[in-house]
Write a protein that binds this ligand. Structure first.
Ligand code: CUA
Length: 431
């Protein structure tokens, strides 16, 4: 019988070097490697853009290095024993086992001390960062802003607790938005986490996360965006059939842009009249959205190319009125919004809506996404969403209980294509 002769020591050395090198490349910020392995995607926790996510990443890295050290040491000892004491000859294979020993106080105490030391190395940054990520640091607290995020099956409501708005019935309530949380960059944001139904979890991978939204429990977290940007958020706790598509966005703006945005949000819903319509493209004025490109609801859910290349730019473009608005069509949409009972679940502040079951739509036209971060906010997608919300978000309340009677399964109302187009024109005019 012939034996293949490996130099095991060389293989071991090469393997350790390769593993160590690759891990170091993966985790220590080599941008090219991160791109190739998609570690810098929109929901990465490896490329952080705020101090809370950075602190969480740092703790993770300490654990990675300590466990990698243990892996290499234990692996090396194991490999050494395998090579050194392997059966080299036929006689070895039939030899008596060497004398067995039980217990070596020096080695055992040494292992206990080493294990404790490694746990202490992990514990120090862990405790430090539990403290740090718990709440806005004392010295920044005066500057912090407070937002309440409430999870619904399956979308997020955001309330700006320091921006009180008068209610039509008297009294006041915080400014409300849905699914897109706009904040100033560089300012700490304390997010109070609530839920209206089941347990959800609030997670913005590049900024902070994740903390559960639990019924009857007041949780909170804080985050800060280092610079203006467009950040992806996600419910991170299974909460029903559309959990995976319960998303949101955080848009961090420069302080001056934020103030401008806030002023506009506080204003009542825009009313597009012939006088307020964008004049720069008058020649394109037509029956708005008369024809859509051929994108059936079955086609890809991916965003358009422009959007993926520069989401913050795309968001900013959404703040402007749509080109080619048709005042008559918009007025028809506003009438249908009432007639088709949209108003009973959605609020359009300053217009007819008063509902609080669904997201506040006062400025829905200025959001970059609809259906809780699932679809890009384009006329085509809004049309498809209104026509068949059940297709995009199974189990949602807009369909069940809004469009169909849940007990009989019979439709409560119908929407023709033309009616839907009018609704789309109206909703997208709400900038
Ligand atoms: Cu909400 Cu998962």
């Amino acid at each position: 019988m012939t034996r293949t002769r490996f130099d095991f020591r060389q293989v071991l050395r090469a393997g350790t070097l390769l593993l160590g090198g690759l891990s170091a490349l993966f985790l220590t910020g080599c941008e090219k490697v991160q791109k190739v392995f998609s570690l810098s995607g929109p929901q990465t926790t490896i490329v952080t853009e705020g101090p809370v996510a950075k602190a969480q990443y740092d703790v993770f890295m300490v654990t990675v290095w300590v466990t990698m050290f243990i892996f290499v040491v234990v692996g090396a000892v194991l490999a050494y024993a395998q090579i050194k004491f392997r059966a080299k000859t036929a006689a070895d294979e039939h030899a008596e086992p060497p004398e067995q020993s039980h217990g070596n106080p020096l080695i055992e105490i040494g292992l206990i001390v080493a294990s404790v030391a490694l746990l202490v190395i992990i514990a120090i940054p862990t405790l430090k960062n539990i403290w740090y990520t718990h709440d806005v640091p004392e010295e920044e607290r005066a500057n912090a802003m407070d937002v309440t995020a409430t999870g619904y099956q399956w979308w997020f409501k955001f309330e700006y607790n320091q921006e009180m708005m008068p209610l039509p019935t008297g009294g006041e309530a915080p400014l409300v938005t849905g699914n897109e949380l706009v904040v100033p960059a560089g300012v700490p944001v304390r997010v109070h986490l609530r839920t209206i139904d089941v347990i959800h979890s609030f997670w913005i991978p590049k900024l902070a996360g994740k903390v559960d939204m639990i019924p009857n429990r007041a949780n909170f977290l804080w985050f800060k965006a280092d610079k203006p940007g467009y950040y992806y958020g996600q419910c991170a706790e299974y909460c029903g059939e559309s959990h995976a598509i319960m998303r949101f966005r955080v848009i961090a703006l420069s302080p001056s842009e934020y103030v401008k945005w806030l002023d506009n949000q506080k204003a009542a819903a825009r009313t597009a009249t012939a006088a307020t319509i964008r004049r720069d493209d008058e020649q394109t004025l037509r029956v708005q959205f008369a024809s859509f490109p051929d994108t059936g609801p079955g086609s890809t859910l991916a965003a358009s190319g422009n959007f993926d290349a520069d989401p913050l730019g795309a968001w900013k473009a959404k703040q402007l009125p749509e080109p080619g608005e048709n005042a008559a069509l918009i007025a028809e949409g506003r009438r249908l919004f009432k007639e088709k009972t949209c108003i009973s679940c959605h609020t359009v502040r300053g217009h007819e809506g008063v509902g609080i079951t669904g997201p506040d739509l006062t400025h829905v036209g200025s959001r970059s996404t609809i259906a809780a971060g699932v679809l890009e906010n384009t006329p085509e997608r809004m049309f498809q969403w209104i026509k068949d919300p059940e297709y995009f978000k199974p189990g949602n309340k807009m369909y069940h209980g809004g469009y169909v009677d849940t007990t009989t399964g019979k439709p409560l109302f119908t929407l023709s294509d033309d009616e839907t187009k009018a609704l789309v024109a109206y909703l997208l005019s709400l900038k």
